[in-house]
Ligand binder design. Structure first.
Ligand code: TGC
Ligand code: FAD
Length: 387
């Protein structure tokens, strides 16, 4: 009998279509050949490898589920597999694609005017314009409904004041999708780089997601024309709808990070001789490796099923919360355990688990903390709101 693959124990590959397999293999090759040679150093230098963006665009991964506007129009399983492969490289790469695709292109496509779509989507698909998504504020990202940033109508324009915190791609972005309170509820505004009164500053000294740009955004009487407001997003469900798209991708991405850790530690454990035998030949190490296989396999089946539901238009946001919570927790636990199994060497740049572990400390916080997702599920099953 053929031996099973540790990171595809239930042969998920065989249930993918030819197109899905091809997309996965293409992105996997890009990660192995182009991204991984750069990533550890970029992480060390606290720098996003911007030079990879044209190649990401050429692969068609930016806004890949959208139809038209030079986007690939592929399904949500393909999008999930793309996130998985990119995050096998680094969470920063997947973050870049999540923000561009799910948090900026998706809302422009879903809530935007024809003019906004024509202007931004083809440029963003080609990587010629970068977007960022400004929802979180410094006084408590878990409760975006309490935002202070506001927009007031003045003649034909909107005037925006306030600030946003922890914004991925903030200083890189050509266009910021900024959510602000208005007399008419929360609305989304497209603010272009260089708009007078708009400033973005990088957050430095991060120990996590070092190969990703995270910024603060400031708005001091920033004036935008009325046509920069997304016409079809009204109320908090506008930004929350975007989060559902990005959280879905993160649930897949976490599987990639965990698989990278397992692959690395498996090789190490088979060759690391301590007490005159490979550590992989001890019962406790095998139990730990088996637990990793179990948890990765469970996460894969969860995301695969979620993706099929999404493609059928039947996915519920609380199901996405469960997948994001389960899969990121799984990946973080595996990265920490893999780090330990590597011994002292595991704290260096030579091995990926510590980098993934540090990254996943952000991933478990952004797009809804673990507690937020637990409470979403609690609310769904009890009918009682504990927020
Ligand atoms: P709530 O009353 O629950 O909802 C208000 C309206 O929104 C609807 N809704 C959703 N719609 C789509 N998807 C979802 N996930 C939705 N959740 C809620 C809801 O049906 C309602 O609609 P309507 O028609 O009744 O008005 O709102 P709440 O104020 O009680 O908040 C609920 C809570 C806590 C779950 C929500 O605020 C939340 O998710 N908080 C966490 C915030 C968060 O995740 N922020 C992420 C910022 S972006 C980011 O981190 C990017 S990192 C990117 C990267 O680098 O990869
Ligand atoms: P808080 O909301 O202050 O939470 C602090 C703690 O309190 C958490 O443990 C939380 O779970 C807990 N808590 C909160 N409420 C409750 C409750 N009711 N019951 C029990 N516990 C509770 N945001 C964007 O808008 N755009 C981005 O591109 C973006 N990128 C990010 C990139 C990085 C690297 C990071 C770290 C964050 C990013 N974020 C972004 C922000 C992210 O979404 C927020 O950090 C997150 O939503 C949590 O908000 P907070 O940090 O203010 O924590």
């Amino acid at each position: 009998m053929e031996s099973l693959n540790a990171t595809d124990f239930f042969d998920v590959q065989s249930s993918l279509t030819e197109e899905e397999r091809m997309v996965q293999q293409t992105v996997a090759r890009f990660v192995d050949e182009k991204a991984l040679p750069l990533i550890p150093r970029a992480f060390e230098e606290h720098r996003f490898p911007l030079e990879l963006v044209p190649e990401l665009a050429a692969l068609g991964v930016l806004g890949c589920t959208l139809q038209g506007y030079d986007c690939a129009g592929i399904n949500n399983i393909c999008y999930g597999l793309i996130c998985q492969e990119l995050e096998r490289g680094d969470s920063g790469l997947r973050s870049f694609v999540s923000v561009q695709s799910s948090l900026v292109m998706w809302p422009i496509y879903t809530y935007g005017s024809d003019e906004q779509k024509q202007r931004w989507l083809p440029l963003m698909a080609k990587g010629q314009a970068i977007g960022c998504f400004g929802l979180t504020e410094s006084h408590g990202g878990s409760d975006p409904g309490a935002m202070n940033t506001h927009a007031k109508k003045q003649g034909g324009d909107w005037v925006i004041n306030g600030s946003k915190m922890w914004i991925t791609n903030g200083t890189l972005a050509d266009v910021a999708l900024v959510w602000a309170r208005t007399e008419d509820g929360v609305r989304g505004f497209l603010i272009e780089k260089g708009a007078p009164g708009f400033e973005a500053r990088d957050i430095k000294h991060k120990f996590s997601l070092r190969a990703s740009v995270t910024s603060e955004l400031y708005f001091d009487n920033v004036r935008v024309p009325a046509q920069n407001m997304l016409p079809k997003a009204k109320g908090l469900k506008g930004p929350l709808g975007c989060l559902t798209q990005a959280r879905y991708g993160i649930s897949w991405g976490a599987i990639g990070a965990a698989s990278a850790c397992l692959n690395e530690v498996l090789e190490f454990a088979k060759t690391r001789i301590v007490f005159e035998r490979p550590i992989a030949q001890t019962q406790t190490v095998q139990r730990r490796l088996a637990t990793m296989v179990r948890r990765i396999t469970t996460a894969q089946l969860l995301s695969l099923h979620l993706g099929r539901l999404k493609d059928e238009g039947r996915m519920h946001p609380a199901q996405v919360s469960l997948a994001k919570w389960n899969n990121v927790r799984m990946a973080l636990d595996i990265a920490r355990d893999a780090r330990d199994l590597l011994g002292g060497g595991g704290i260096t740049i030579e091995y990926c688990p510590i980098r993934h572990m540090l990254n996943l400390e952000s991933v478990i916080t952004y797009e809804g903390t673990e507690t937020v997702h637990e409470l979403v599920i609690g609310r769904e099953v009890t009918g009682l709101n504990a927020f």
